[in-house]
Design a protein around this ligand. Structure first.
Ligand code: ADP
Ligand code: MG
Length: 611
């Protein structure tokens, strides 16, 4: 084919037309709702409903394991809890389906909160083992608590939901489940483009970035567990009514493992991953029954191929094929980003800088005394440098100020607030922003989304408003995106706002971190070696940037090795050497100090003689 037959770019424009996606989704939705009318077999309808139920579980699990990075091997057990509560309440206690399902959902959510507890203490892999143990315990309880669960014989005769005195038929159950699936999908999509999506991904990819952005890890993780479990519990309620009989055999450990495989191979942490995984690993094998003899082989080959060639699962593979198609048709590698056009793009506001007063700060790591009773004052609104050889305790000092580590002794006052013992999130919320010596961005998100993370604590739209993408959530999102682009422009990254953070060079990642800190409107900004790896021109720009941040009134504490930059932007310098303050004063005086020169040259005896 030549350029003449397909106007290059023209075809790409068709692909980029938002109506294409909307039409595809409309067709899909119509197909789903028409399905019971054309299924022509009870079995297919049954299978369709089951897909819908499994999809709910997969979506719940994707939230927790895919987005939040907590690999759960107990979603089969959570499904069992929802199913058994519903079954027991309706069959043994004569409840109607609706309250039974609600209670089942609530109890499953409670179980989710319970399994969240170990997740705060152990790494992801230990956590996966703990969830597997939980699944075993639940499986055991289904058998042992026979008085409640009827042990091996299970609960029999679970009635269909009914409305207005009419019991649902199979098609109506399908429609109900499909509607819940679609609602759940839309709400997940909304959550993920709002602050929760950024927060979950921060929990998964960089907890330190999350803490520095004022996110309470405990609250957000707990939230992910509870929502994930609640969705799974709801799926359990439908599982029970569809099967009409449930026994412990329905919920063995391989059910949990199956769901994790579905999510991972479908595309974990991707919106369509759960749906693609459910279709590929549940529906397709069912359809392959005619190829019975080959079925396992085909299944195995596909699994292997996915693991080898599609690290981001089916959803990732499809997304990258789509990108290649667009490029082949002459489009730019990225779709044109919708520019944030919030009314009243932000003007950078002046703030009142925060004063820092540190006294007698002591921090030991095992045998290493990183900080040895350091005392230090930083004037509100000043630019204050901390310099010193590698390993002298500079980063540790910043980590103490923003609460990443708790000092062994000493006090840190920000204005008049003692912050020793406060959480990182709490300190960030007081108005402390920071950047890191090695940049800590979320590599899969764009520069804009990374910057938006910095405002997590300041966002006001409620969970429900975000889930429904209500006007307030929409407005807040647009305003925040505009602010993020504004601050990225302010730090000199205006051209790269829509690029993935992981693709930015190191120096620019540091600048993006400054934008992320600024969007939280800090009154104290801590910069850890922001100039490392910058070119000379970039260094000049950084100097100007820090000066303009100081002009806003923000107190800046900068750890830096480039002494010319320090001399240029700071009026106060503190020199640390092996955890103690070696010298203090104006850059001119400090850099002329023989003890400082000696410490920097590594002439220890001279430094010791001088101190
Ligand atoms: P600087 O930033 O000045 O290069 P750091 O504050 O990173 O120095 O480190 C000071 C000392 O504390 C070093 O000896 C370092 O090895 C030690 N240290 C820092 N953080 C930790 C930690 N999390 N665990 C153990 N030792 C640490
Ligand atoms: Mg350091």
């Amino acid at each position: 084919m030549s350029d003449r037959t397909i106007p290059r770019g023209g075809a790409a424009r068709v692909l980029d037309n938002p109506w294409l996606g909307r039409t595809a989704i409309l067709v899909l939705a119509v197909a789903i709702y028409v399905f019971p009318l054309i299924a022509h077999s009870d079995y297919r309808l049954y299978l369709g409903t089951q897909v819908g139920i499994y999809l709910l579980v997969a979506m719940g699990l994707n939230l927790l394991s895919g987005y939040t990075g907590q690999p759960s091997l107990c979603h089969g057990a959570l499904l069992a809890i929802g199913a058994y509560v519903t079954a027991i309440a309706t069959v043994d206690h004569g409840w109607s389906f609706w309250p039974a399902a609600l209670v089942g959902m609530a109890i499953t959510a409670g179980a989710g909160a319970l399994i969240a507890l170990p997740a705060f203490r152990v790494s992801a892999w230990y956590f996966a083992l703990i969830t597997l143990a939980f699944a075993e315990v639940v499986g055991g309880m289904l058998i042992e608590w026979g008085g409640l669960t009827h042990s091996f014989s299970g609960v029999v005769g679970i009635p269909m939901p009914s409305a207005f005195g009419q019991s649902f038929n199979a098609a109506q159950l399908f429609w109900l489940v499909a509607t819940i699936d679609i609602a759940c999908f839309i709400m997940m999509a909304n959550m993920m483009r709002g602050r929760f999506g950024r927060g979950f991904i921060a929990l998964r990819d960089n907890e330190i970035a999350a803490r520095a952005s004022g996110i309470s890890l405990v609250r957000l993780k707990m939230f992910a567990f509870v929502v994930s479990a609640a969705v799974t519990g709801l799926a359990g309620a439908f599982y029970a009514v569809q099967k009409t009989v449930i026994t412990p055999d329905d919920f063995t450990a391989d059910v949990s493992i199956f769901f994790l495989v579905v999510v991972v191979l479908g595309g974990s942490g991707r919106l369509w991953g759960a749906a693609l995984g459910t279709v590929a690993f549940f529906v397709v094998p069912e359809l392959l029954t005619s190829l019975q003899a080959w079925r396992l082989l085909i299944y195995g080959v596909v699994l292997l191929a996915l693991m080898l060639f599609a690290p981001h699962g089916l959803a990732g593979a499809i997304a990258s094929a789509w990108r290649s198609l667009r490029v082949a048709l002459g489009a730019s590698p990225r779709p044109p980003p919708p520019l944030a056009t919030a009314p009243g793009a932000p003007t950078v506001q002046k703030v009142r800088g925060m004063a820092v007063s540190i006294a007698g700060l002591l921090k030991r790591f095992g045998g290493v005394t990183a900080l040895d009773r350091v005392s230090l004052k930083v004037e509100a609104g000043s630019v204050h440098a901390i310099v010193g050889p590698n390993g002298s305790g500079k980063t540790t000092l910043l980590n103490m100020i923003c609460g990443f580590f708790r000092p062994d002794e000493g006090s840190i006052r920000l204005d008049d607030v003692e912050v020793v013992g406060r959480s990182t999130a709490g300190i960030a919320r007081l108005g402390v922003g920071r950047t890191f010596q090695t940049p800590k961005l979320l590599p899969e998100l764009t520069a804009t989304e990374n910057a938006m993370l910095g405002a997590f604590a300041a966002e006001r739209a409620s969970t429900i408003e975000v889930a429904l993408w209500a006007p307030r959530a929409r407005r807040e999102h647009a305003a925040l995106a505009a602010q993020a682009e504004h601050f990225l422009g302010f730090v000199g990254l205006g051209e790269r706002v829509h690029e993935q953070a992981g693709e930015l060079p190191h120096g620019q990642q540091r600048l993006a971190e400054i934008a992320r800190a600024l969007i939280g409107r800090p009154r104290l900004l801590l910069l850890d070696e922001p100039a490392a790896g910058l070119s000379l021109t970039e260094l000049d720009k950084l100097g100007a940037l820090i000066r303009s941040i100081a002009d806003l009134g923000v107190t800046v504490v900068i750890v830096e090795h480039h002494l010319e930059l320090v001399a240029d932007i700071c009026r106060h310098v503190t020199v640390l050497d092996r955890g103690t303050v070696l010298a203090e004063g104006t850059p001119d005086a400090v850099f002329a100090d023989p003890a400082v020169i000696a410490a920097y040259m590594g002439a220890r005896p001279l430094a010791e003689a001088a101190s």
